[in-house]
Design a protein around this ligand. Structure first.
Ligand SMILES: Cc1cc2nc3c(=O)[nH]c(=O)nc-3n(C[C@H](O)[C@H](O)[C@H](O)COP(=O)(O)OP(=O)(O)OC[C@H]3O[C@@H](n4cnc5c(N)ncnc54)[C@H](O)[C@@H]3O)c2cc1C
Length: 393
């Protein structure tokens, strides 16, 4: 009998966990309350970070991003549009940060290339005429849903059971050990008990709620941000502003659209998030300073997603100073259940490494010695998600 791991949360983190744990020989079930990737993952900006955005202010996150950027390109060929990224100075103050930025990138392992004003405009003609200089980095873009689907497809082919529309509602315990997760199957309209030797809480901004089901606490600070899509691809690069991360300072192409983002604030309830017209206006105003055409283009959509940042309740009202790194919590150590682990924080770019760190802890607890193989195992295409269950059966 293979040991059974139940993963709660079918976002990018849950997807990468299902893949990692399946490769290590465990019997994995993923419970997702909505459609797969219907939480934060399916609504993010679509930026495969080079780490440049965090190099000056959040070094650990910058290093994690550049390392994973390289690995993901290797294991998910064809999933990224490699237009590259530009950090663009549009004021003298921005230009003054050039050396600090380039040094911080070098110390984080992020390759850069300095472009003069004219070289920047040649490379990206849609840039503002205010551009002083630009620094090129290996950013790329991706489809927010399709990359995680590649992990899900590969896990499913390996035997993982994926249960969308199935919401974990409570735990059945024997002493300090969880023996089953009781979940509401929203399709069938009934509760099911899913037996577990170990449970991983990968519920992103909802991970505080899931941990509370076992009487455990995690210092999670849900931090929403608004994104705005306008019609037309007004740039081919990921255009970032050369300054410390702020609102409306990234414009990138996605299919026939340009997506501008984002803003940042903190909330107590990740389900209570509104898109305010004030944020939309501010994002477009700032985005226009980088790529003026986005200001004149017709707006196609505006939406919000919630970052699962690590931070105590009440800390930092904007969420900007909270790190984008991730943490695993083994609840055996903090009074929760002995066989419950929470993974939270991080980025869509770092989904694989988040899963590796969590799966290492899970395997140590279960006595499994099989090493992680996800750095090199090439993923199935996203389309295999729709067929891999039948093929694997
Ligand atoms: C505006 C914005 C833009 C961003 N842009 C980028 C970007 O361009 N690049 C990048 O790398 N990162 C980006 N991020 C960060 C990235 O989107 C997140 O870090 C990542 O998607 C989190 O994935 P996750 O799987 O941990 O969480 P989620 O995707 O939220 O997954 C958690 C899942 O748990 C499910 N769930 C909750 N409760 C239960 C329950 N009781 N039972 C079952 N399921 C449950 C939810 O429905 C959800 O699907 C952005 C974030 C925001 C907010």
């Amino acid at each position: 009998m293979r040991q059974r791991v139940v993963v709660i949360g079918g976002g990018g983190t849950g997807a990468a966990l299902a893949h990692d744990l399946t490769l290590r020989g465990l019997a994995v079930t993923v419970l997702e309350r909505g459609e797969l990737t219907s939480g934060t993952t399916g609504r993010h900006h679509g930026l495969l970070h080079s780490g440049g955005r965090y190099a000056m202010t959040d070094r650990q996150s910058a290093v994690e991003c550049v390392q994973e950027n390289r690995i993901l390109r290797r294991i998910a060929p064809g999933s990224f549009e490699n237009g590259g990224g530009l950090f663009v100075a549009v004021t003298d103050d921005d230009a003054d940060q050039r050396d600090e930025f380039v040094d911080a990138c070098a110390e984080s392992g992020i390759p850069t290339r300095l472009l003069s004003r004219s070289a920047a405009l040649d490379a990206e003609p849609g840039l503002s005429p205010d551009v002083r200089l630009a620094v090129q980095v290996p950013d790329a873009t991706m489809d927010a849903m399709r990359l995680p689907l590649r992990f899900f497809a590969t896990a499913q082919r390996g035997g993982a059971v994926l249960r969308p529309f199935t919401e974990a509602v409570t735990f059945v315990s024997n002493g300090r050990s969880i023996t089953a997760v009781v979940a509401r199957d929203h399709m069938a309209g009934r509760n099911v008990a899913v037996p577990a030797d170990l449970v991983i809480n990968a519920a992103g901004p909802w991970s505080g709620r899931v941990a509370a089901m076992a009487g455990a606490e995690v210092p999670i600070r849900p931090s929403p941000g608004v994104l705005v899509a306008v019609t037309g691809r007004w740039c081919t690069h990921v255009v970032n502003r050369l300054h410390k991360p702020g609102d409306g300072d990234i414009v990138l192409p996605q299919r026939g659209l340009s997506v501008v983002g984002t803003s940042s604030w903190t909330v107590d309830d990740p389900d209570e998030v509104r898109v305010s017209s004030e944020h939309v206006r501010a994002i477009l105003r700032e985005g226009m300073r980088l790529v003026p055409a986005v200001g004149a283009a017709s707006m196609r959509a505006a939406w919000a997603a919630v970052r699962p940042l690590i931070g105590a309740t009440g800390s930092d009202a904007s969420g900007r100073t909270l790190s984008r790194t991730f943490r695993c919590f083994d609840h055996a150590a903090d009074g929760g259940a002995d066989n419950l682990i929470t993974i939270t924080g991080g980025k869509a770019t770092t989904l694989r490494s988040m899963a590796e760190a969590t799966a290492d802890i899970a395997c140590a607890k279960l006595g499994v010695t099989t090493p992680c193989r996800t750095r090199d195992a090439v993923l199935l295409p996203h389309t295999a998600y729709y067929t891999s269950a039948e093929v694997g059966a």
